[in-house]
Design a protein around this ligand. Structure first.
Ligand SMILES: NC(=O)CC[C@H](N)C(=O)O
Length: 294
C-alpha cells in the first residue's frame, strides 16, 4: 500500500468535522482508527496508518478462525450478534459515530445484552462516565458502570508495555499468568460499580508522572498514592480493556470474548464485529507472531 503522509495532506476527521486543537493532530495519533485526511482540493484519503491498524485488529480474529466485518452504518448492527469497538481516538470516533448516527443503535445493542468489547478508546465509549475529555466533552455509548480517565497514563509518548497479572484470563484460557499489555495513550478505570469484575490492574510506579490534573487530584484527595490502576473489566456481556490485545501475538483476550459471545447464546459463527463467520482461509495453524510495539 502506498504510504500517505497526513502532515503533507493536512487533515483528518478531527480537522474536517471539528476545529483543530493541534496542528497536524492526525499525524501524531499512533492509532487513528478513523483518520482520514484531505489530499489536494476536495479529495479525501484514508490515512495509511488507519488501514494498517484495521488489518491488525482483524488479523487477531483471523488467527482464531473468525472473520471480522466492519460496521459503518447503524443498520449493519442488525447483521451481527456481538461487537468489538476498537482503539483509536475517542473524541474523533465519537464525532464520526455521531455524524453517522450510530449512537442510538450502539446503545440499543448494549441494552439488548449483546456482547460488546471495547479496547482503549472503545473502553472509553462503553464507560458510563469519562473524565479528562476535550473541551465540550464527547458522547458515550455507556453501559459499563465505571468512570474512565481518557488519557490516564499521559500523552502519546508515555505509551508503554507492561506485564499484567491476569488471573481470570489464565483460569479461563490457560497460558501464562500474565499478559503483555500494550498501552497507547491509554485510558484507565478509576472507579467501578458493584456489578463490575476487575480482570486486570496495572502497577503505577510512584515515580510515574500523571499528566492529568484530575488523576492527580484524585490521588491527592485520597492522600494515598495509587499503586495499581484498573485496566480490564467485565460487566455482564460487556468487556473493556485499556490496552491493545490485538497488537500482541497472545489471542487469549480475543478467545475470552468469543467465549462470552457464544455463552450469550449466539455462537461465534456470525458474531464478532468487526465480525461474521469462520475465516475460510484459516487452516488451524498458528499464525506468525505480530511485532510487539516498542
Ligand atoms: N489507543 C487508544 O485507543 C487511545 C485512546 C485515547 N486516550 C482517547 O481518548 O481516545
Amino acid at each position: 500500500m502506498k504510504k500517505q503522509n497526513p502532515r503533507g495532506g493536512g487533515a483528518c476527521p478531527v480537522h474536517s468535522l471539528a476545529p483543530i486543537e493541534k496542528e497536524n493532530e492526525c499525524s501524531q495519533i499512533l492509532q487513528p482508527s478513523l483518520c482520514i485526511f484531505k489530499k489536494g482540493k476536495g479529495s479525501r484519503r484514508v490515512c495509511a496508518r488507519m488501514a494498517a491498524v484495521g488489518v491488525l485488529a482483524l488479523q487477531a480474529l483471523a488467527r482464531l478462525g473468525v472473520k471480522g466485518m466492519e460496521i459503518r452504518k447503524p443498520e449493519q448492527l442488525q447483521n451481527v450478534t456481538s461487537l468489538i469497538i476498537p482503539g483509536g481516538e475517542s473524541t474523533t470516533m465519537a464525532k464520526l459515530a455521531e455524524f453517522h448516527n450510530l449512537f442510538p443503535a450502539l446503545r440499543e445493542f448494549v441494552k439488548m445484552g449483546k456482547p460488546v468489547w471495547g479496547t482503549c478508546a472503545g473502553l472509553i465509549f462503553l464507560a458510563n462516565k469519562a473524565i479528562g475529555q476535550k473541551t465540550g466533552g464527547q458522547e458515550l455509548v455507556g453501559g459499563l458502570d465505571c468512570t474512565v480517565h481518557r488519557n490516564y497514563f499521559g500523552s502519546q509518548i508515555q505509551s508503554f508495555e507492561a506485564e499484567l497479572p491476569v488471573p481470570e484470563l489464565a483460569c479461563k484460557e490457560g497460558g501464562p499468568e500474565t499478559f503483555r499489555g500494550v498501552f497507547i495513550r491509554a485510558p484507565a478505570v478509576l472507579e467501578v460499580g458493584p456489578g463490575v469484575d476487575v480482570l486486570a490492574e496495572c502497577p503505577v510506579p510512584s515515580t510515574n508522572v500523571l499528566y492529568s490534573s484530575s488523576a492527580v487530584q484524585i490521588q491527592e484527595e485520597n492522600s494515598v498514592p495509587e499503586e495499581k490502576v484498573i485496566v480490564a473489566i467485565k460487566q455482564g456481556n460487556l468487556l473493556g480493556t485499556a490496552f491493545h490485545p490485538e497488537l500482541t501475538a497472545d489471542t487469549r483476550w480475543h478467545s475470552y470474548f468469543l467465549k462470552m459471545a457464544s455463552e450469550a447464546g449466539e455462537g461465534t459463527s456470525r458474531s464478532v464485529v468487526p465480525a461474521g463467520g469462520v475465516d475460510p482461509s484459516y487452516d488451524g495453524k498458528p499464525r506468525i507472531d505480530l511485532p510487539i510495539f516498542q
